[in-house]
Design a binder for this molecule. Structure first.
Ligand SMILES: CC(=O)SCCNC(=O)CCNC(=O)[C@H](O)C(C)(C)COP(=O)(O)OP(=O)(O)OC[C@H]1O[C@@H](n2cnc3c(N)ncnc32)[C@H](O)[C@@H]1OP(=O)(O)O
Length: 258
């Protein structure tokens, strides 16, 4: 992997590491099912989710999982090719590392890899163990009908990795957040925060207590975002892991609901 071009190497970034376990045992620990969706949740804090559910908010048939700051987050439409391509473009643009030579070629290659990874997950993952959440401007969604207006995305996968679970005795599974990406023109407008809020809501709806993600140790921007969203660092890659293939050290950040 050390000799891969940078654009391919970025596939090894933590946000693209979401092993899909097809055929995995499905546990029915959910408090609600997707038949309740789409559901809108307008909330200022995760704590307010409890009272929302008590008020039967989940029975309201509306469009978004979360709607705040002018952004609406919902699940990707699995049968909408245009939207799937748009999502892969948003992720590819966010994670592609520009190259001095043949940049366009490598970008196209990278986007194709991202698209194929997304299609694989959509095809092979049970719908209650993997979700691709997308964000769009709520006002635009009301007017646009044809091409996809998705400008942000995040992947959420149920995982059982022991390196995470050892920090949470008694917990068997958790939600892993990855591939968080916001189009350049829309950054610093709270879309990333809204996508993370939607991950919280999904975690609650699926009946899990723990969310986890990995960030680069030196990525202050992303770490700020996760800290603001309630994540804490619980572990770091061992020092020796950063010395081979020029790999950067990552931190494991988690968030637990009581
Ligand atoms: C788990 C993973 O998926 S790791 C991969 C993370 N994704 C990437 O690195 C892809 C490229 N980057 C992006 O797509 C975006 O910059 C994201 C997703 C990191 C952030 O999305 P945004 O919509 O811009 O975040 P949002 O507006 O919600 O920011 C919330 C807070 O996070 C922090 N933050 C976000 N971006 C930055 C930044 N560039 N520099 C410093 N702080 C930042 C700030 O505290 C910000 O609050 P403020 O604007 O009031 O100061």
């Amino acid at each position: 992997m050390a000799h891969l071009p940078q654009s391919l190497y970025s596939l090894a970034r933590p946000e693209f590491q979401y092993p899909v376990k097809s055929g995995q045992r499905i546990t029915y620990r959910r408090k609600l099912t997707w038949s309740h969706f789409p559901v809108i949740v307008r909330c200022a804090s995760t704590e307010s989710l409890t009272s929302l559910t008590q008020n039967n908010a989940a029975e309201i048939e509306l469009k978004y999982l979360v709607s705040q700051h002018g952004w609406g987050v919902r699940r990707l439409k699995r049968d909408d090719e245009d939207e799937i391509r748009r999502v892969s473009l948003v992720q590819a643009e966010a994670f592609h590392i520009p190259l001095a030579l043949f940049n366009d070629f490598f970008f196209l290659f990278f986007q194709a890899e991202v698209l194929s990874g997304l299609l694989y997950k959509l095809k092979n993952s049970p719908s209650d163990r993997y979700a691709c959440l997308v964000a769009e401007q709520t006002s635009e969604a009301e007017t646009s009908s044809s091409s996809s207006s998705v400008v942000g995305v995040v992947d959420v996968t149920v995982q059982t990795e022991s390196s995470v679970l050892r920090h949470f005795p008694g917990v068997e599974e958790y939600l892993y957040v990855s591939g968080l990406a916001v189009s350049k023109a829309q950054r610093r407008k709270k879309m990333g925060s809204t996508l993370l809020k939607a991950c919280d809501v999904l975690c609650y709806l699926w009946g899990f207590k723990v969310l986890a993600l990995r960030a680069y140790e030196d990525d202050a921007a992303a770490r700020n975002l996760y800290s603001n969203a309630g994540y804490n660092v619980v572990a770091s890659d061992p020092p020796w892991s950063s010395t081979w293939i020029g790999r950067k050290r990552r931190v494991l950040m988690t968030k637990r609901f009581s």
